[in-house]
Design a protein around this ligand. Structure first.
Ligand SMILES: Nc1ncnc2c1ncn2[C@@H]1O[C@H](COP(=O)(O)OP(=O)(O)OP(=O)(O)O)[C@@H](O)[C@H]1O
Ligand SMILES: [Mg+2]
Length: 342
């Protein structure tokens, strides 16, 4: 037992709060005299809370802003506007020792285990690298042992710390990425499509590992994926993103059983259903048209150009993500409670 003055950490309390986060990338033209000719609205007013010990799935099509959101949380990008509160502190304005401590507490697992590990570094050096920046976590003499413990924790042979990334399979490399993320004992891990580059059989193993680590270490996850089928098993709650915005957010049950946003309903109808009877009963929703460019999102509701429920109001008024009559979870649709045949 170590004496500590820190307040007790309660499972379920808010650990991270994101408020109206915005990231617009300028589009510039010209070689010598760069002129800004527009903005890519990659993240366009995203708000949510992450609770201690939970997994929040974040789902949406390519380009909807998932990685930008993750990079903003990691402070790898500077936001255009908005606020992020981590453990009650203002993350985006933190400096010095405060920032170092907050940064330590939130780590990231990248999508592609083939490109995210430096091929010229041994696995021991890759996993131990964070200790160079935060030497207070593991004194030099204990680092080798700490790296071996981390390898063991993620199910790799602790004796393999002198090997190079190319000597490992894709699934094993992602375990190395997870070990590195765990090195500084963070409370939050942002997983940006951690299994998308892996074979389906390996995906389940990596997800099981993440779940086991969450149970043992009380971690909170933001788990980003393309589609709803990947995040279902691991998520306590799910946020659905479309063109830089969260269009619906709710518990696993609210999203998978009682989704009210047409975009979520369309994504769900594309999820494979193994049971043939259930498959026959459900309505397939085929979205027409492409996702509009985030440089020129439609006025009002961003989804209206592909929505079968769209009416005039959708072009003029932004639907707020508030609880709708059909269910008490936030859904950004004017007609969330109206059932329509498709
Ligand atoms: N550094 C940047 N400069 C300009 N535009 C960017 C930059 N990073 C991302 N974007 C644009 O912002 C939008 C969101 O990109 P982002 O990578 O966050 O999407 P994503 O949801 O992670 O997509 P994917 O599923 O393909 O990984 C895209 O239109 C992308 O082209
Ligand atoms: Mg991405």
């Amino acid at each position: 037992m170590t004496a500590t003055a820190e307040p007790a950490k309660v499972r379920g309390e808010t650990i991270l709060a994101v408020d109206q986060l915005v990231k617009h990338f300028p589009i510039s033209q010209g070689v010598l005299f760069k002129k800004t000719i527009g903005q890519v609205k990659a993240v366009d007013g995203v708000s949510f809370e992450l609770r201690r010990g939970e997994t929040l799935g974040v789902v949406g099509e390519s380009g909807c802003g998932k990685s930008t959101l993750a990079r903003l949380l990691m402070r790898l990008e500077t936001p255009t506007a908005g606020r992020v509160t981590l453990e009650g502190r203002d993350l985006l304005r933190a400096t010095g020792a405060d920032l170092r401590r907050l940064r330590r507490n939130m780590q990231m697992v990248m999508q592609d285990p083939y490109t995210s590990l430096n091929p010229r570094m041994t696995v021991g050096d890759i996993i131990g690298e964070p200790f160079e920046i935060h030497p207070e976590v593991a004194p030099k003499r204990s680092r080798r042992q700490r790296v071996q413990e981390l390898l063991d924790v993620v199910g790799l042979n602790p004796e393999h710390l002198n090997r190079y990334p190319h000597q490992f399979s894709g699934g094993q490399r992602q375990r190395i990425g997870i070990a590195r993320a765990l090195a500084l004992r963070p409370e939050i891990i942002v997983c940006d499509e951690p299994v998308s580059a892996l074979d389906v059989s390996i995906q389940a193993q990596v997800i099981n590992l993440l779940e086991q680590l969450q149970d043992e270490l009380g971690l909170s996850y933001i788990f980003i994926a393309h589609d709803l089928s990947v995040v279902r098993h691991i998520s306590d709650r799910v946020a659905v993103m479309y063109l830089g915005r969260i269009v619906e957010i709710g518990t696993e049950e609210q999203i998978y059983q009682r989704a009210t946003h047409p975009y979520t309903q369309a994504l769900l109808s594309a999820v494979p259903v193994p049971d043939p009877e259930a498959r026959d009963r459900r309505t397939i929703i085929r979205l027409t048209g492409d996702v509009p460019s985030p440089a020129e999102p439609p006025s009002g509701c961003h989804f209206r150009t592909r929505c079968w429920k769209a009416e005039e109001v959708c072009a003029t008024q932004d639907p707020l993500a508030v609880p709708r009559a059909a269910d008490p979870h936030p859904s950004a649709c004017h007609f969330a409670e109206v059932r329509t045949e498709v």
